[in-house]
Design a protein around this ligand. Structure first.
Ligand SMILES: Nc1ncnc2c1ncn2[C@@H]1O[C@H](COP(=O)(O)OP(=O)(O)OP(=O)(O)O)[C@@H](O)[C@H]1O
Ligand SMILES: [Mg+2]
Length: 202
């Protein structure tokens, strides 16, 4: 499969540093850049076609939220509906939203029943830190499944501390199966905490 080039606009704008000595960190950057490359290709064609998901899974502090936010900022700046010169049809369709799942969980529990439908229609949606909330009766897991099922074929970035197996156990087996369905990509990163103390004994 041909790997789409990483857009220069994303390389130039990202503050996610790529260290040659840490392949796991480079892999995170490349996965983000590839997604942006595909988005760029899609929007430049006559028919945008279907989007896909990128799920970044990994330890706390490895940079998932940092990268996901940069994807959203890039998409909005270069392809989103807020570009001043966007034609009206793009203004309506290319919405970019970044949400912490803790915030969405609060709104769902407060009875914001239209939320899932609204999120399902977003052009590029980032769901940051899915699966971190306490969910004793499985209400949130049900909502996440409904949302993600509705987002198959749409540009979606997910970050999580959970592995694929944990997603299956704690959320839903059907969510796990969708993480790599079609063109969706799951990156289970071994990158370490960016701020973890470096080096051994003095
Ligand atoms: N490659 C990087 N270059 C520069 N800063 C980084 C990099 N990776 C992480 N950081 C910084 O480290 C901190 C932690 O990163 P971030 O919040 O993205 O981690 P996370 O993987 O989302 O962690 P958690 O699972 O706890 O949410 C942030 O201040 C972020 O900007
Ligand atoms: Mg995070």
């Amino acid at each position: 499969m041909e790997i789409p080039p990483i857009p220069a606009t994303f390389s130039a704008a990202t503050t996610f540093r790529k260290s040659a000595t840490e392949p796991e960190r480079v892999a995170l950057y490349v996965a983000a850049g590839e997604l942006c490359g595909e988005i760029e290709q899609a929007v430049s064609g006559d028919d945008e076609g279907e989007g896909r998901w990128l799920t970044l899974a990994g330890a706390s502090g490895c940079g998932k939220t940092h990268l996901a936010r940069e994807i959203a900022v890039w998409a909005e700046r270069h392809h989103g509906c807020y570009r001043r010169k966007s034609p009206p049809e793009i203004m309506q369709t290319r919405s970019v939203r970044f949400y912490a799942c803790s915030e969405l969980a609060r709104r769902l529990r407060d009875g914001d029943y239209d939320l899932i439908e609204k999120l399902a229609g977003v052009w590029l949606l980032v769901l940051d830190d899915i699966g971190a909330e306490r969910d004793p009766n499985g209400y949130l897991a049900e909502q996440w499944y409904a949302l993600l099922n509705a987002r198959l074929g749409k540009w979606t970035v997910i970050t999580t501390n959970l592995s694929a197996d944990q997603i299956s156990e704690r959320l839903d087996e059907r969510i796990r199966s969708r993480l790599w369905r079609g063109r969706n990509v799951l990156l289970e990163s071994n990158a370490t905490d960016w701020y973890a103390p470096k080096g051994g004994a003095a």
